[in-house]
Design a protein around this ligand. Structure first.
Ligand SMILES: *[C@@H]1O[C@H](CO)[C@@H](O)[C@H](O)[C@H]1NC(C)=O
Ligand SMILES: *[C@@H]1O[C@H](CO)[C@@H](O)[C@H](O)[C@H]1NC(C)=O
Ligand SMILES: *[C@@H]1O[C@H](CO)[C@@H](O)[C@H](O)[C@H]1NC(C)=O
Ligand SMILES: *[C@@H]1O[C@H](CO)[C@@H](O)[C@H](O)[C@H]1NC(C)=O
Ligand SMILES: CC(=O)N[C@H]1CO[C@H](CO)[C@@H](O)[C@@H]1O
Length: 564
């Protein structure tokens, strides 16, 4: 036995061994809007991220279930980052094998995280191509944005295969940001009459969701964050001007407390301004952080950079809102599964992650001649985040009840199975609307269904580059609006010495729609084909895959979520 062990190490990386793909179902095609500028210089420096296999992920899932279920004795007993680390960190063997593999290629320049399950290493393109057989690093250009990715799938040595979930920095390009203004320009209507408002502003939102002037944050160590990854920057002067114009009726902050990442010097982006301006309008007077495009290397995946950072910071805001998503079918299952575990790691720490449900309704994937199916998006489809859809006012210029915003993303995952917490709500929907559902070949009723909640997503005012801009729309507006309200609820919980809400869904679905405004009108968009004719799912009484459980009635939601 001993003799075998002594031989094991020298044999490990012999060039005769096979290598295999970690992400065999990853889409490696580069979208047409990126121009291939050719092979990068072999000496070009890349930074790749290695996701090491973790331990005890089943136990992690069980702990998350217990600390998030208000009926469990463990409710709210969140873990520290150190405790998460002791639970999930890779085995000594995994760490050794991966380090040895990297070292045998001369890669010694790696950073790790507190949970030891990610390594970020710099190396030249030449070394990376040897390390990861099959990879070919090219430079790609879109507008004034340049990045480095592999034009072909990568493999890893057989001996490390079982110790890694994926390697990042080779595929996955940033999805194109939605044009948040074009979405609404076709619904402009005559406006400006007495008694009518001219679009959504903080005071309109606060009136609709029943926030009074005293519903602002007061707890000392409460905080909230927005994370954005599309080469977008917010401008502090825009935020200050926005608050000066629209924040007169409630106590608020006009500055972000911390920017994590690199704030570009370029022009502000609508997306970035929108997120910050609105989380600070509902989550008023609460310390706000911005996570922005981290990393200097063109091989980095900005969304993943944020994920890695969560495992390296022990002190994080309690609520994060993220307007990022990609088609499930463009990502490898291994990647999505691992990111899902990362969401669990955040959830057990008491951190609430809110993702926008997307702006393409049910989405559409063409399978071939007139054959289509809906197209779920990730992370919206993760069972371990709270996904936020969008609504409009019934009368666009009055504070009336809400109806579906036709862009609101929603549907059923093809990757994640339906979590228990939502099974009865979704079952109720499928039964109620059985006669009018889209054809069964378009969606997968055994999958995680989303969104979980919604809020107004149409016709917002945003200040960008010092100018107030109307007609901004999208679920990237509704998500920070809900996030700010959850922060206010956390604030009240903290004042009573209670733990943060953490992963909300198990508790949210137990409310059975109580404390939420039910949205029952309207359908969202989908495939423009003969079978469905552009229509996806429709709102219905109680939960539906367009607006989730409904939109928040703040005082009622606070009352329902304050106990325990
Ligand atoms: C994680 O934080 C430590 C310091 O706390 C730092 O040394 C390390 O480089 C960080 N890791 C990454 C991946 O940035
Ligand atoms: C909240 O708003 C709704 C609709 O605008 C209203 O009917 C209700 O009375 C308000 N107050 C509370 C405490 O729910
Ligand atoms: C704003 O928050 C701070 C704590 O961060 C608190 O001391 C102050 O009282 C709050 N302002 C109002 C009007 O509640
Ligand atoms: C439907 O979803 C389940 C998981 O929820 C998955 O196992 C199955 O492969 C999916 N079916 C299709 C056709 O994608
Ligand atoms: C997340 C957050 O805002 N944490 C803060 C809590 O308070 C300590 C001490 O004042 C700060 O250092 C943290 O940043």
């Amino acid at each position: 036995m001993n003799a075998l062990l002594t031989f094991a190490i020298p044999l490990l990386f012999s060039s005769l061994a096979w290598s295999g793909y970690l992400e065999h179902d990853q889409d490696v095609l580069i979208p047409d809007d990126w121009t291939d500028a050719g092979w990068v210089n072999p000496t070009e420096e890349l930074e790749l991220t290695f996701a090491l296999k973790q331990q005890n992920t089943d136990l992690l899932e069980e702990i998350l279930r217990l600390v998030s279920d208000p009926d469990s004795a463990q409710y709210g007993k969140h873990l520290t980052l150190e405790e998460v680390s002791s639970l999930v960190h890779p085995t000594e063997l995994t760490q050794k094998v991966v380090h040895h593999w990297l070292q045998s290629h001369g890669i010694t320049n790696c950073l790790t995280v507190r949970t030891r399950d990610f390594l970020q290493c710099t190396m030249t393109a030449e070394v990376a191509e040897k390390l990861l057989p099959g990879s070919k690093f090219h430079r790609y250009i879109r507008d004034d944005h340049s990045l480095v990715r592999s034009s072909a799938p990568y493999s890893v040595h057989d001996d490390v295969h079982q110790h890694l979930d994926f390697v990042a920095g080779l595929h996955r390009l940033p999805p194109k940001g939605q044009d948040l203004r074009k979405a609404s320009s076709n619904r402009k209507q005559k406006r400006s009459k007495a008694g009518l408002h001219l679009g959504v502003t903080p005071s309109i939102l606060r009136a609709r969701y029943n926030l009074t002037a005293t519903d602002v944050g007061t707890a000392k160590n409460n905080s909230q964050a927005v994370a954005q990854f599309l080469e977008q920057y917010f401008n502090p002067a825009d935020l200050a001007e926005f608050m000066g114009m629209y924040g007169r009726s409630f106590k608020h902050l006009s500055q972000v407390d911390r920017v994590v990442g690199i704030q570009g010097a370029g022009k502000a982006g609508i997306e970035a301004s929108l997120d910050v301006e609105y989380i600070m309008s509902t989550g008023a007077n609460i310390s706000t952080w911005v996570f922005t495009n981290q990393g200097r290397h063109e091989s980095q995946e900005p969304f993943l950079q944020w994920i890695v950072l969560l495992s390296n910071m022990s002190d994080l805001p309690w609520v994060h809102t993220i307007s990022y998503g990609d088609d499930e079918d463009s990502l490898s299952t291994a990647f999505m599964m691992r990111i899902n575990t990362e969401f669990m790691k955040a959830g057990v720490r008491g951190i609430s992650l809110l993702f926008a449900s997307g702006d393409s309704g049910a989405g559409c994937k063409h399978l071939g001649k007139g054959q289509n199916t809906f197209r779920p998006s990730f992370p919206a489809s993760s069972p371990y985040v709270t996904t936020v859809g969008g609504t409009s006012f019934k009368n666009p210029f009055k504070i009336t009840y809400e109806i579906t915003d036709y862009i609101s993303g929603g549907g059923f995952s093809n990757v994640f199975k339906m979590p228990d917490y939502q099974a009865s709500a979704v079952d109720g929907y499928l039964k109620t609307v059985a006669a009018t559902l889209p054809p069964p070949s378009y969606f997968n009723t055994s999958g995680r269904a989303y969104p979980d909640m919604a809020a107004l997503s149409d016709n917002y005012w945003v200040v960008i580059n010092r100018v107030p801009v109307p007609w901004v729309s999208g679920t990237s507006a509704s998500t920070p609006v809900v996030g700010g309200m959850l922060s206010l609820i956390n604030d009240q919980r903290m004042l009573k010495g209670r733990p943060a809400l953490g992963f909300l869904n198990p508790r949210l679905y137990k409310l059975k729609g109580q404390a939420l405004f039910d949205v029952t009108e309207g359908c969202h968009l989908s495939c423009l084909d003969e079978q469905v004719q552009g229509k996806g799912f429709c709102a219905a009484p109680s939960w539906d895959p367009v607006t989730g459980c409904g939109t928040p009635n703040y005082p009622a939601l606070l009352a329902a979520l304050l106990a325990e």
